[in-house]
Design a protein around this ligand. Structure first.
Ligand code: ADP
Ligand code: ZN
Length: 725
């Protein structure tokens, strides 16, 4: 008698391991198959997992429940996705089911696909011809397939006219092909690469096609890195393999998609949180089936089920947006390298301001270092000057110093564009009572309430709590005594409005532009020159190409340096280089002015002298001395509870349970800099280890033996943390 087959099934839940089930009668299942299984009283969707030879199911078959059925028309998860899932779970100390959950975050992919219909000219001409109908026939000429609404708009008629022509049999209804079904034209004519680009492309291509490699494509802003890595994408598509480009900010993708289409003759598939769930389902399936060959995605795109991935590009690889902080905490840039290694494929990391981690890897020879040192087409890098705020302070109640005001006036005069950068949303970061000194704080967080004049309220940026702006002080009752302190972008906008009433202004911040469409529209307006002065938060720092931008003014160059964070200097350098790097990308010579109270700070000096390498050398030396990443490893353990005592006691117990290890240091517990968020008290432990230490094994041993968090206690482990608040 043959033994009933037992099958491990991983469920997208916070479970430590797959569960064993019996295979459906008479069916053989393979790892990666999607199956419906009973769990408690419910049915759940899971994935048949892989098992190594020596692993034996530990439950007697008689006790096992049976898999209900396999989803026949869903492509299985590729074997490499299973291995990648295990790897990420192991590295981040997350239950593998939670990683699987990210891999399955397209619920519509598991339902029968919905078809969308379009219309195409093909039948007999209508018996009754009207001028509206004639316009439609003209617009539809050529036999292409259109969405009904699209054709109606092209012909300037209502969709009723289209329907009429469908009923008359003139227009035929057909299934609309997905955009990624259009073939790429790889031989398409495109602007030739410059000599420098050509050299860089050759170096990149030498790396591709030989299994795993990482190349750091390191070129100043506007040097044409995109055109260079397009060559590697073209080669990958030529080989019939899939290519994935990760981007830190989905608002960026419009310009990028247009460039891809111009270069390859068809649009890539997109993947990000702004898509409808139907579209997500379609894209997921198309990728799993190997139909979508070219995908542009947010960081989560790394977890898509590519069966035949041939290249990963991580654009703006230094960007903090690649670190996911909630649920599974992972760094997508690092995991892209892991995915490349597992799949034996090349990875390209691209940036004008690469991360210290990547620079160190390049210097050590682990990554190929490909540099582009000047801008494409002889466009010049902007000249950068710090403005010493001690020597030339702004007038009282104002935030722009005289040299910056002058530069703005001159730029306006010349009809060119300016950008003012301040990484602070709202009107003022703090409101206080002039009479009694009362400060508005969030009742749930250790944070001030930020005044948002545009939305007329005081708002907490950590938990979202808000109150209307009051007329009197809640403490002393004084009227008209509330004073905003310090500027946010809205306040800068106000100052610009009074100084340059004739200028066309635009605030680029998530408060003013809700939703991706508004943001994209705003970016287009700037690009087209419909705006004179842009005032923006870090949204403006990311890779946009604004051809008419001549001047960039940084309102507070010191803001990022004040943070208690091992990467503060690096981050400030990157942010300020990126922001000022938006200037002068086309014909105009650009200028960057940075307001600062410490112009002698090495970060500002390096920016002013354009000496990135000196900054990097210094920063790398400092990290080495301090044993900070990438020369040492860090992990953060965040403990939180609604009760301060409980959080603190548990944090201490946890620290006491840490096994002694020669070179591993457990620091803390210390109250987190943001001591309370959403009414939860927060304590941090920081684990510091040398590079060669096995942080994961150490943590597993420790947490395995330590008391478990009970009640409302929560413990969050963050490997390679980027946030220390
Ligand atoms: P980076 O990503 O390095 O900042 P981009 O790739 O965005 O730079 O290129 C900057 C600008 O130069 C873009 O407008 C791009 O279209 C243009 N460009 C780059 N390379 C070429 C080329 N070989 N031919 C024509 N235009 C190019
Ligand atoms: Zn709050």
């Amino acid at each position: 008698m043959s033994k009933p087959e037992t099958v491990p099934v991983l469920l997208p839940l916070a479970l430590p391991a797959p569960y064993d089930y019996l295979a459906p009668e008479g069916e053989t299942l393979r790892p990666g198959d999607f199956v419906v299984v009973p769990l408690g009283p419910a049915l759940r969707l899971g994935v048949v997992w892989h098992r190594s030879e020596d692993e034996k199911p530990d439950v007697a078959p008689a006790k096992l429940r049976r898999i209900q059925h396999r989803l026949e028309d869903v492509p299985p998860l590729p074997e490499i996705s299973l291995r990648f899932c295990d790897w990420v779970a192991n590295y981040t100390l997350t239950p593998p089911g939670m990683v699987l959950r990210m891999m399955m975050s397209a619920s519509k992919a598991f339902e029968p696909p919905t078809l969308k219909f379009g219309v195409r000219l093909g039948g007999e001409p209508p018996e009754r011809m009207t001028s509206a109908r004639a316009r439609v026939l003209e617009a539809a000429e050529g036999g292409m397939i259109f969405r009904k609404s699209e054709l109606a708009e092209m012909a300037g008629v209502s969709t009723g006219v289209i329907e009429g022509l469908v009923n008359a049999g003139t227009l035929l209804q057909e299934v609309l092909p997905d955009p990624w079904q259009a073939p790429f034209d790889l031989a398409r004519e495109h602007a030739p690469l410059s000599d420098a680009q050509d050299e860089a492309a050759k170096a990149l291509l030498a790396q591709t096609g030989n299994g795993f490699s990482v190349s750091l494509l390191d070129g100043v802003t506007g040097s044409g890195k995109t055109e260079v890595y397009f060559e590697a994408i073209a080669k990958t598509l030529e080989q019939g393999k899939q290519a994935l480009v990760l981007m830190p900010e989905i608002a960026l993708t419009t310009q990028f998609i247009a460039r891809c289409e111009a270069r390859f003759g068809a649009k890539p598939a997109e993947w990000h949180s702004g898509m409808t769930s139907n579209m997500r389902g379609r894209v997921w399936r198309a990728i799993a089936q190997g139909d979508a060959k070219f995908v542009v995605a947010a960081r989560s795109g790394l977890f898509l089920p590519f069966p035949d991935l041939g290249l990963i590009v991580v654009d703006e690889e230094h960007d903090q947006g690649y670190k996911q902080e909630d649920r599974v905490t992972y760094q997508a840039r690092d995991m892209a390298v892991v995915r490349g290694n597992l799949g034996k494929i090349p990875v390209i990391l691209s940036s004008a301001t690469p991360s210290i981690e990547s620079v160190v890897n390049a210097e050590a020879g682990r990554y190929a270092h490909i540099r582009l040192k000047s801008r494409y087409n002889a466009a010049q890098l902007p000249e950068i000057e710090p403005i010493d705020m001690r020597a030339t302070p702004p007038e009282r109640g104002r935030w722009l110093s005289p040299p910056l005001v002058e530069a703005l006036a001159e730029t306006l005069e010349r009809g060119e564009q300016s950008l003012l950068f301040l990484n602070r949303r709202g009107y003022a970061p703090l409101t206080l009572c002039r009479n009694c000194g009362y400060r508005f704080e969030c009742p749930n967080c250790s944070a001030w309430l930020v005044e948002h004049r545009f939305r007329r309220r005081l708002e907490c940026h950590h938990c979202g709590t808000f109150i209307p702006i009051p007329d009197e002080c809640p403490q002393c009752g004084a009227e008209d005594s509330l004073t905003p302190c310090g500027p946010g972008v809205e306040r800068i906008d106000e100052e610009i409005a009074t100084r340059f009433p004739e200028a066309r202004r635009l605030i680029l911040s998530s408060d003013q532009l809700t939703g991706i469409d508004e943001l994209r529209r705003a970016l287009r307006e700037i690009e087209e020159g419909a705006v004179d002065i842009v005032i923006g938060t870090q949204l403006v720092a990311k890779g946009h190409h604004f051809p008419g931008l001549a001047l960039v003014g940084v309102i507070d160059g010191d803001l990022g340096l004040a943070q208690a964070d091992p990467r503060a200097a690096e981050r400030t350098f990157q942010l300020l280089s990126q922001v000022t790097g938006r200037a002068g990308r086309a014909a105009i010579k650009g200028k960057g002015l940075i307001q600062t109270y410490m112009p002698e700070h090495p970060v500002l000096q390096a920016l002013a002298k354009g000496d990135r390498d000196a900054f990097l050398a210094r920063e790398i030396e400092a990290r080495k001395t301090a044993g900070m990443p990438p020369f040492g490893r860090l992990a953060s353990l965040l403990i939180s509870s609604g009760l301060r005592d409980r959080a603190e006691t548990y944090a201490r117990d946890l620290a006491r349970a840490a096994p002694p290890a020669a070179k591993i240091l457990v620091l803390g517990p210390a109250e987190a800099p943001l001591a309370v968020i959403r009414g939860r008290y927060r304590y941090r432990l920081l684990v510091k280890a040398p590079r060669e230490a096995d942080m994961q094994t150490y943590l597993r041993l420790w947490l395995g033996n330590a008391p478990k968090p009970k009640g409302d206690l929560r413990l969050t482990v963050d490997i390679d943390p980027y946030s220390f608040l």
